[in-house]
Design a protein around this ligand. Sequence first.
Ligand code: PMT
Length: 392
Amino acid sequence: MLNGKNILLGLTGSIAVYKSIDLVRGMIKEGANVTVVMTEAASRFVTPLTFETVTGRSVHIDTFESPLSHINLPRDTELFIIAPATANTISKLASGIADNLLSNIYLAYKGPVLIAPAMNYRMYENPIIKENILRLEKTGVKFVGPEAGSLACGEEGVGRMSEAGDLLEAVRAAFTQGDLSGHNILVTAGPTREAIDPVRFISNRSSGKMGFAVAAAALKRGAKVTLVSGPSSEHPPQGASFVSVESASQMRDAVMQHIENSTAVIMAAAVADFSPVSKSETKIKKADSISIELQKTPDILQEVGGKKGSRILIGFAAETGKNTEKAKKKLKDKNLDLIVLNDVTQKGAGFDVDTNIVTIIGRGGEITDYPLMKKMDVANIIIDRMLQLKMR
Ligand code: PMT
């Protein structure tokens, strides 16, 4: 997700500097080019050699290593993240003091800045520090953390630097924020329930997690989102226009009602393929055996495919086995731009788990396999792939 991004990581003198090793690894794993600049104090906690080893690049500490390093180093930088940032460094940055390489770079750099504070909770509560953070925020600097928990000094409070995973998410968000602004995304999620009688129904194991993650990711990236969902215990993401439905035919009606304004439709719902021909108005009595006649439900995605116009249309394929041929057929039959195939028999993939393992197939037949990852990360990848296609 960070492929080819040039990121400058600033480290200052806090015990939390060790957590930044994992942050660097995560950013590099996603394809970023990471350069590290350290304060003298940071190098007392973890040696520059450690960061040189994980980044494969020189680590910069000395303002005088070359007279213009504070100008040259940030030249191609697309994000400057300072993690950990001490109270001292935060205050210097807020006041325009430039007495080391890191603070000189900060003054010379014009791009986005992300700061992850780390300090004792009493220092964090100090009104001067609060004011300095506010001052930086007013200039557009984004903050992530600090978190509550046990601190290096043995005390409890708010002051811990955020964990590497959360920092990585903030880095990703810094690159994707607003890239969906102006778009209306219609997302379907969850199962549908097809009533047999007032107490029984046909359904499936969909929890809604995948579709809700797509809706949440699209919202974070600035889209207007309409989320049409079957029964789910997930909380609809704040800001989404939420339409709760039960049956396939209700989902169809809701989708058709909202399709006109949409620039993209992403259908992660596990729509029941069959529903009883008739619903008994009273509870069906126990018997040794009963027969229920089933009929096909409306194929919502197929219908949307017929009205696609210039909007982007993305479907899912839930298969038992990595059946790319079946997924390709669905992509073609339903007139999709992309199809997200998940083999629901794989551990950590498909129904009712927080992770997924997907293969994304494009209209031209190109196939990309992705490893096991959080559904939120899958959602962001789907959006990245969608943005690579021409949007209306
Ligand atoms: O909700 P979770 O627990 O997080 O689980 C996620 C998931 C497994 C449900 C999700 O990742 C997924 O695979 N969703 C699609 C499930 C499905 O119904 O797949 P399908 O191969 O049967 O359908 C293909 C596509 O047609 C899907 O986009 C589906 O939404 C759509 N469809 C299917 C039948 C129908 N009557 N109308 C439709 O629109």
